[in-house]
Ligand binder design. Structure first.
Ligand code: SD4
Length: 319
C-alpha cells in the first residue's frame, strides 16, 4: 500500500516547512507547489541557516543557495544569490520560463529582479550581526558538529536539536548546519523536492555548497523517489550524495538503507576525517516510505502525513 500524501523535511525546523506544505498536499495539490510553500515559510523565518536572516559569509554578506526539482525531471537552481528573499521561487521561475537550470551570483540576482522579486536591503538580521561580530573576533574557520547540542549539554539543558527552536547561532561565531530540504509525495503519486540554505556560516566569499546542486543537495526521480541533504556540503558534492541515495533506492533498498549506504560511501575513504564533520540525508520512495541517516548523532527530521501533524524523529547515525 502506498501512504500518501506525505512530506518529509530536514531537522525539527521541518515543522515550519511541513506546516506550510501540508495544506497544499491535503487539498490534493501538487508536490511541487507544496515544497515551494515549505521553502517560502522557512525563508521567511529568521534563523541561522536559511534565508536572508542567516549567517553571512566571512565578508559579512548573506549569500543564498537553493534548488527545486519536479516529477518530470524539470529542475532549477540558484547559487551565490544576494538580497533576494525567496531563492527557491527564483529557481522555480528559472526552471519554468527559461532553457537553463542553474544561475549564479549577479546573473541570478538580475534574473530575479527582472522577474519581479524585490531587491532587499542586504542588512544582516540582529542575530546574524551578533554571530558575525563574534566570529570576527577569532575568525577561525572550523566546523563544529552539532555545536548547540554540546552547548545545551554544557548548560544542563535538554537536547533540543537544531532549528529555529534552538538556533544554531553561537556567540563565538562557530557555525553549524541547518539547511532546509523538503521532499513530498502528493495524492497523485508524484514526487518533488527543494533545498534552501544560506550555506556554511562565515564561508569564503563565492563558496557554493551542495544545496543548489542537483544530484548533491537534492535529487528527484519520479520512478523511484527523492533525497535531500544537510551538513558539510563539500562532502556531499564529492559523492553526488542525493543522486546516490536515489540510485540505491532504485536497486531495491529502503529509504533508510539507501541513506545509510550513501553515508558509508562518504565515510569510507577516511573514517578518521569523517569524525570531524556532519552530513545527513533524508529520502522518500514512491510507496511513501521515508528514511534518514547521518554521520554523527544529532541529525533529526520531520515527517507529516495523514493527520497533518509534523512528527520529529532522530536519525540513526554512523558514529
Ligand atoms: C552547505 N549543506 O552549504 C549546506 C549547509 C547546511 O545547514 O546544510 N546548512 O554546505
Amino acid at each position: 500500500t502506498v501512504s500518501k500524501p506525505v512530506v518529509i523535511s530536514t531537522w525539527d525546523s521541518g515543522q515550519i516547512a511541513n506546516g506550510a506544505a501540508w495544506p497544499v498536499l491535503e487539498k490534493g495539490g501538487k508536490a511541487l507547489d507544496a515544497v515551494e510553500q515549505a521553502a517560502i515559510a522557512i525563508e521567511n523565518d529568521i534563523n541561522c541557516c536559511v534565508g536572508l536572516g542567516g549567517n553571512p559569509d566571512r565578508d559579512g554578506r548573506v549569500t543564498l543557495d537553493a534548488c527545486i526539482m519536479d516529477e518530470k525531471a524539470n529542475c532549477g537552481s540558484v547559487a551565490f544569490l544576494e538580497r533576494i528573499k525567496h531563492p527557491v521561487s527564483v529557481a522555480r521561475k528559472l526552471m519554468e520560463t527559461t532553457p537553463h537550470v542553474f544561475l549564479a551570483g549577479a546573473g541570478a540576482q538580475q534574473f530575479a529582479v527582472e522577474n519581479g522579486f524585490a531587491l532587499e536591503s542586504g542588512e544582516l538580521s540582529e542575530d546574524a550581526k551578533k554571530s558575525y561580530e563574534g566570529w570576527l573576533k577569532k575568525a577561525e574557520y572550523k566546523p563544529v558538529i552539532n555545536i548547540e547540542l554540546q552547548q545545551n549539554k554544557a548548560k544542563g539543558k535538554a537536547d533540543k536539536g537544531h532549528g529555529p527552536f534552538a538556533p544554531a547561532r553561537l556567540e563565538d561565531g562557530s557555525f553549524n548546519h541547518d539547511t532546509m530540504g523538503t521532499l513530498a509525495l502528493d495524492a497523485n503519486g508524484d514526487v518533488s523536492g527543494m533545498c534552501t540554505t544560506s550555506g556554511m556560516g562565515f564561508k569564503m566569499r563565492g563558496r557554493v555548497g551542495d544545496s543548489p546542486i542537483i544530484g548533491a543537495g537534492l535529487f528527484v526521480d519520479n520512478e523511484v523517489g527523492a533525497a535531500t541533504s544537510s551538513g558539510q556540503g563539500e562532502e556531499v558534492i564529492r559523492v553526488c550524495g542525493t543522486h546516490l541515495v536515489v540510485e540505491f533506492m532504485r536497486s531495491g533498498l529502503s529509504p533508510q538503507e539507501a541513506c545509510k549506504k550513501a553515508i558509508e560511501r562518504i565515510v569510507k575513504p577516511n573514517p578518521e576525517r569523517a569524525k570531524t564533520f556532519q552530513v545527513g540525508f533524508i529520502a522518500i520512495n514512491k510507496q511513501g516510505e521515508v528514511g534518514a541517516f547521518s554521520i554523527q548523532k544529532g541529525f533529526n527530521y520531520t515527517v507529516t502525513e495523514k493527520d497533518g501533524k509534523g512528527i520529529v524523529y532522530n536519525a540513526k547515525s554512523y558514529f
